[in-house]
Ligand binder design. Structure first.
Ligand code: PMP
Length: 379
């Protein structure tokens, strides 16, 4: 029950696709022009197209950029776009993949404000308004908290940003593949997604989808060989090459391609319905127990992530006992998001996080509840 860290199992066919690339292909793309390289190039192109389809991305496939993951995408967006004197607004529930680059950027004269949230992690979109300044150049928000699962009011915030012409970037780490994300309808400037969570692909591959004007305003954080314009020592200005230096993670892309095939065939809505049901069952099961759900405790308002604070007990010991006595894998602690825990009032003790996946069964949820009850009984 640690799918928020990385989903398991991966989509059917992911391992096979990766093995096929490693055992049967092993070529590079964008360099040699032999047939197998073109074949691999086609898979890369198709994977960009799959991401474009999944997220209703109105731009060209060249604006779908592969990265090593969400952390890299978010660093590229923040460090590549912001300049000294810029102000950014973020949510109160950001992951350190956002907060650490932003804290680094403070030293260069970038400032930030956080939209407040309540003790359940709920944000009111209008609370963004008083934070906006003349120099606010970006709003970047976490679509759903990796601690409490709370879903951010993205549509309303996107409307505010659109009306004021402020670029909006989204950290979709906990929602890509789990909730529908419509890049076009929201009018986003950038979306960052990891391949290994709700997209059910492998680690080490992710993407960022960039609106053309936003991409133009961004400097690459990493430069190097692109297999293109090799007559020049200057980084190419065109996409995707500008942001894709170095040999690509082809085993990762082959795996992601198979995963996206599955996600697109199944449909995000059916996965959402399944995980919502697991979340509902779990929340009902804990409602009368002596513990606090640090979050909305409502499956409509959260993704399949539930944080529990076993008040009066040591959360780390509970998580350990769940594993040792019942084989239930959870993640305890502060989940790389200290300010989210401060907002949820679970700092510094942290929480025990349960997160459900596309193959979590009602029996497994019932078993986890049994484990929790047994531990509480023995306290
Ligand atoms: N943002 C959020 C909300 C996350 O949950 C995570 C992963 N825990 C990240 C960013 C970073 O993703 P990755 O570790 O895959 O780069």
């Amino acid at each position: 029950m640690d799918n928020a860290a990385t989903s398991f199992p991966k989509a059917p066919g992911v391992g096979q696709a990766m093995a096929h690339y490693i055992e049967k292909m092993g070529v590079n793309v964008g360099r040699g022009t032999y047939e197998q390289a073109s074949e691999a190039g086609l898979v890369v192109l198709e994977t960009r197209q799959q991401l474009k389809t999944l997220f209703h991305f109105p731009g060209k496939v060249k604006h779908v950029i592969f990265t090593p993951g969400a952390t890299y995408s978010l660093n590229q967006i923040l460090r590549g776009y912001l300049k000294p004197g810029d102000h950014v607004v973020v949510s109160s529930l950001e992951h350190n993949a956002v907060m650490r680059p932003l804290t680094d950027l403070q030293a260069l004269g970038v400032t930030f404000s956080r939209i407040p949230a309540d003790r359940e992690g709920r944000t009111k979109a209008e609370d963004l308004l008083p934070l906006l300044r003349e120099n606010t150049r970006l709003v970047l928000v976490n679509h759903a908290s990796n601690v409490s699962g709370t879903i951010f009011p993205l549509e309303e915030v996107a409307r505010i940003c659109r009306e004021r012409g402020i670029p909006l970037a989204v950290d979709g780490a906990q929602t890509a593949g789990y909730l529908p994300i419509d890049f076009e309808k929201l009018g986003l400037s950038a979306l960052s997604v990891p391949g290994h969570k709700g997209l059910l692909g492998p680690q080490g591959i992710g993407a960022m989808l960039l609106a053309p004007e936003f991409a133009k305003a961004m400097e690459p954080v990493t430069t190097g060989g692109t297999g293109s314009a090799s007559d020049s020592e200057i980084q190419p200005g065109y996409l995707p090459d500008r942001f894709e230096s170095g040999t690509m993670n082809l085993p990762g892309i082959f795996g992601l391609h198979a995963a996206l095939d599955y996600v697109l065939t199944q449909g995000v809505e059916s996965g959402r319905a399944h995980i919502k049901q697991c979340t509902r069952q779990f929340l009902q099961g804990v409602q009368d127990l002596p513990l606090r759900v640090a979050g909305p405790a409502d499956p409509e308002l959260q993704v399949g992530v539930v944080s529990l604070d076993f008040e009066g007990l040591d959360n780390a010991e509970v998580s350990f006992a769940l594993e040792q006595q019942f084989g239930i894998q959870t993640r305890c602690g502060l989940h790389c998001a200290p300010n989210a825990h401060k907002t949820l009032q679970t700092f510094p003790q942290g929480t025990v996080r349960f997160s459900f996946g596309h193959e979590t069964t009602p029996e497994e949820v019932a078993y986890a509840l049994e484990g929790i009850r047994a531990i509480l009984k023995g306290r």
